[in-house]
Design a protein around this ligand. Structure first.
Ligand SMILES: Cc1ncc(COP(=O)(O)O)c(C=O)c1O
Length: 366
């Protein structure tokens, strides 16, 4: 068992000796899982990590059976939505080594979200050592098949009680994992949103707050009823700028230039996005980080210069967009033989699965 040192008080991390308590399950359920037909995020591994914040301090993390969490009906998560999460993946390489991709970025982003939602920061040692220990224990749950990975869901929420609309006095940090196949299958048809917004200036769009996703479900359902798979979010103020696509950052290729929006209060600082920007530079792809207007995308589509659009995110990796709708008109994207999306997807997945060099030191081997 590993000894790690962690305590946090009023967001100030202090180090004290503690350890991860391991309560192993008696019998694995892995034999009941069909690793050749994995859905996304709905089959769960044997163990989970749970760590409680009480009396102003993070307590000893426990790794135990994946099991229900019992909360008081007045727990503030139910009423005031203090809830944040992360999404990451573990991969196996050809020699069955287990690899993570830029995990410290997820750790930092979780605490950025925590600060905005008044949730106490989780110390790096609990996050990283807890994650590594959990993956060590459930190592056989990391899929080896091409295109599959172990999806990792760290999350934190208010477990403290009371109907007073104020931050809770107790929190839980958990990590659960799910061997998963592809998030989307096939190409996406998206609708450029003109009425609803997922985020606003000064709000929580940059955070991975649960409520951001709840707010997307209704407009996404309306788009689905019109035959689209996803919504492309535009800015809340003018709806003139393209910002994100569902749970992905968005990239647009006009002629041979790839463009993605700068991050802001309203846009999640995606780890895939920033990796794709760097990889594009490495591959000498002309990449611009700047605001993209809906009108320039429409004009490019009409002129035949809109070559590609794709979403980028941990869950979906890179998802090509086949066409989009705007103001009751549908626009199809061309079917190119060689796409930036395919090249970038191969480059990032080869990197994640240890098939190529790692020039930026992004891989972490267990
Ligand atoms: C709203 C939103 N944008 C973008 C992303 C992509 O971020 P990442 O590449 O870090 O997974 C996600 C997924 O986490 C997301 O939920």
């Amino acid at each position: 068992m590993q000894n790690i040192c962690i305590f946090a008080q009023n967001n100030q991390i202090k180090n004290m000796a503690t350890h991860i308590e391991i309560q192993p399950i008696e019998k694995s359920k892995i034999d009941s899982v069909d690793f050749d037909n994995l859905p996304f995020g709905s089959v769960f591994s044997d163990h989970m990590l749970e760590c409680n914040f009480v009396d102003g301090a993070w307590q000893t993390p426990i790794i135990k059976a994946y099991s229900p969490i019992t909360l008081d009906p007045s727990a503030k998560i139910f009423h005031y939505g203090q809830s944040i999460f992360e999404g990451m993946k573990a991969y196996k390489d050809a020699d069955e080594n287990t690899l993570l991709f830029r995990p410290l970025e997820n750790f930092k982003r979780l605490n950025k979200s925590a600060e905005r939602l008044m949730i106490p920061a989780i110390p790096e040692a609990i996050f990283m050592d807890g994650l590594k220990k959990l993956l060590e224990i459930d190592n056989q749950w990391v899929p080896t098949n091409e295109g599959s990975s172990l999806y990792i869901r760290p999350f934190m929420f208010a477990s403290g009680n009371g109907f007073h609309a104020s931050p809770a006095d107790a929190y839980k940090f958990c990590i659960c994992t799910a061997p998963s196949g592809a998030y989307f299958s096939g190409k996406l048809k998206v609708l450029i949103e003109e009425k609803y917004a997922r985020a606003a200036n000064g709000g929580v769009g940059f955070a991975k707050a649960g409520g951001n996703y709840a707010a997307q479900f209704y407009p996404t359902q309306l788009a689905k009823e019109k035959g689209y798979n996803q919504v492309i979010w535009t800015d809340d103020n003018t709806h003139q700028y393209i910002e994100e696509a569902g749970a992905m950052n968005i990239f647009v290729r006009i002629n041979d230039t790839l463009i993605t929006s700068p991050t802001s209060d309203r846009i999640l600082d995606g780890i895939t996005r920033k990796s794709i920007i760097q990889i594009s530079k490495d591959l000498k792809i002309d990449i611009e980080v700047r605001k993209i207007t809906v009108s320039e995308v429409i004009a490019a589509a009409k002129a035949g210069n809109l070559k590609e659009m794709f979403g980028a995110g941990t869950a979906a990796v890179i998802s090509p967009i086949a066409g989009f709708g705007f103001q009751d008109t549908d626009y199809d994207l061309p079917e190119l033989e060689e796409t930036y999306a395919a090249l970038l997807k191969k480059t990032i997945t080869d990197l994640q699965t240890n098939k190529t060099e790692d020039p930026h030191g992004w891989r972490v081997m267990l």
